[in-house]
Design a protein around this ligand. Structure first.
Ligand code: 13P
Length: 183
């Protein structure tokens, strides 16, 4: 699992979904959560750096966990996903600042995502953000976090990554259409 966390943080960076120091990913395995460490550039997180915590947030192994651990734990404690990807990707973040839910304009995005709700702003790293996200994402595959970025969930890291990428693509299409259709 540590290998997977390191791999998907690298993929987020390679696919332009995150800058060096933003974004985090986690996966649940039984009573433990494996999560990317805080403040280590995404492209050089080694498996040994990956943080292991209990469901109550007690740090067991690796470097100190992501500052967004409260949000990851709030989701795992409220719902059944096995993996979470959070990214500050360019178009999803821009759209989250404009406000409003995201509806993918194309058929691929519609099928893959359905509606992507906007979760109202709460300070990053707080239990308030955790409460807002674990409430607002229920019934959806992912969400926009107002003035912040995106969050995606799945049965495994690959699924959550695919949803994160699809949210970014849908947000980019919305922007393309706004530009193309400007009078
Ligand atoms: P961490 O490095 O603590 O995971 O913070 C990055 C981030 O994206 C906060 O929202």
């Amino acid at each position: 699992m540590k290998q997977e966390i390191s791999k998907y943080m690298g993929l987020l960076y390679e696919h332009g979904l995150t800058s060096s120091l933003s974004g985090n990913v986690s996966a649940r395995a039984e009573h433990f959560v494996f999560i990317s460490p805080t403040k280590i550039p995404s492209y050089r997180i080694r498996p040994a750096d990956v943080s292991v915590v209990t469901m109550a947030g007690e740090h067991l192994e690796g470097k100190p966990p992501s500052s967004e651990l409260p949000t990851h734990l709030a989701i795992y404690n409220a719902m059944e996903p096995s993996a979470i990807v959070h990214a500050h990707s360019r178009f999803a973040t821009a759209l989250s600042c404009l406000g409003g839910d995201l509806e993918s304009p194309d058929v691929e995005g519609k099928h893959l995502l359905g509606r992507v709700p906007l979760i109202p702003y709460a300070e990053p790293g707080t239990s308030d953000l955790g409460a807002a996200v674990s409430h607002g994402i229920r019934g959806f595959k992912g969400a926009l976090l107002q003035n912040h970025g995106l969050i995606a969930i799945g049965d495994n890291l690959e699924q959550a990554f695919i949803v994160a990428e699809a949210i970014e693509r849908a947000a980019q299409l919305v922007f393309d259409l706004k530009v193309i259709s400007r009078p």
